[in-house]
Design a protein around this ligand. Structure first.
Ligand code: TTP
Ligand code: MG
Length: 361
């Protein structure tokens, strides 16, 4: 908890990779559009990077296999993502946000937190200020963003997602109860799929069902996650964007079912987690020296293997190569693989203000 209340804005681009494609080819507007492998209809390979809201209506979402997405929405149009364009748009926006010289935390290629306390004396001024930010981004980059404003990072993040696209949602401390009332528990960052299933089994699906409970009751109801939820609901989590407690690694992993030695599937999963991890490295302007991979086999045996490079790098090929060499011999394990993960660590950084945090919320 912070001693002095802050005003935090969380800015998140709407369907980012898809928005770039639509911006540059407006004839695709209004159709369900998936960003991913354009050959997926033939090859059945690849993963959905993002999808337009028209495609999401059919249940298509980021991270889903293209095969599943095309089952749900056979008529979808598929386009590949343009890495250079995404990066350029992101950099333009992030540089603009940095130009206010306010505390800032760039959390991924398409989202940032800014502490606007010194610029805005109350939530009304905050609203006006973030509307200006939204307008500037639209005028200059022709992309829409959604912005959430609140006293804590986590409520600001939830608020930015609340009414997407092109929305501004301000949650004042007197409005917490009303705000959380109808929200699904699953939208709270940090409440994973497993915890949510457990909540569902107990009959809890919305925050409103839990909001009235005191800390003790909440812990009795849902176990250790109760503490976290209580703090989230009552604005007791952090609003600190400083680089203290800086993160020591970036990692992503993915769990799935597979048969033994399904190498094309493994490679697809590896490329997916690698690109997520690599994007984060680039956007945070970091160079890393150590690459670690994690593999869990059927039966739950889990191994990690690391390689430290001679120098810190952000070269995609070098990092991919290092990662792949670590994975290679294990992909043919007869047990079959259940989880693949990759981690970058031992960072050298170019810029101090954008180092991420471990325990961000
Ligand atoms: P998100 O902000 O998660 O999604 P989004 O911007 O597409 O959609 P929303 O309107 O709900 O914010 O991710 C930003 C971009 O990052 C997304 O357009 C594609 C990319 N991405 C990946 O490459 N892999 C992933 O697993 C996810 C979640 C996103
Ligand atoms: Mg987004």
């Amino acid at each position: 908890m912070d001693e002095h209340p802050r005003i935090i804005a969380h800015i998140d681009l709407d369907m980012f990779y898809a928005a770039i494609v639509l911006r540059d080819d407006p004839t695709l507007r209004g159709f369900p559009l998936i960003i991913g492998n354009p050959n997926a209809r033939e090859t059945k390979r690849g993963v959905v990077l993002t999808a337009t809201y028209e495609a999401r209506k059919y249940g298509v979402h980021s991270g889903m296999s293209m095969a599943e997405a095309l089952k749900r929405c056979p008529q979808a149009i598929i386009r590949r993502s343009d890495y250079e364009k995404n990066k350029e748009a992101s950099e333009t926006i992030m540089n603009y946000l940095k130009s206010f010289n306010l505390p800032i935390r760039i959390a991924s290629i398409d989202e940032a937190y800014i502490d606007i306390t010194n610029r805005c004396s109350d939530f009304h001024e905050a609203f006006v200020f973030v509307k200006e930010i939204q307008q500037w981004i639209y005028d200059k980059v022709k992309l829409t963003v959604s912005i959430g404003v609140a006293q804590t990072k986590i409520i600001a993040k939830i608020a930015s997602d609340f009414n997407k696209p092109n929305a501004v949602t301000v949650v004042t401390p007197t409005g917490y109860e009303e705000f959380f009332h109808g929200l699904k528990i699953s939208i709270i960052p940090g409440i994973g799929k497993v915890a949510f299933k457990r909540f569902e089994a107990l009959g809890y699906t919305t925050c409103g069902q839990l909001y009235q409970m005191d800390r003790h009751q909440l812990k009795l109801a849902v176990g250790s996650a109760g503490d976290f939820l209580y703090d989230v609901f009552h604005g007791n989590t952090s609003s600190d964007l400083s680089t203290r407690g800086e993160r020591k690694s970036i990692s992503h992993e993915t769990t799935f079912h597979s048969d033994a030695k399904d190498i094309p599937l493994y490679i697809e999963k590896i490329e997916y987690i690698f690109s997520k991890t690599y994007n984060e490295l680039i956007i945070k302007q970091l160079y890393c020296k150590t690459v670690t991979v994690k593999i869990r086999f059927r039966g739950f045996d889990t191994i990690t293997r690391s390689k430290t490079l001679p120098n810190p790098t952000n070269d995609r090929e070098k990092l991919y190569q290092a990662m792949f060499e670590l994975y290679e011999e294990h992909l043919i394990d007869p047990r079959g693989i259940r989880l693949l993960g990759v981690k970058f660590s031992q960072f050298a950084q170019l810029s101090d203000e954008i180092v991420p945090l471990v325990e961000f919320f």
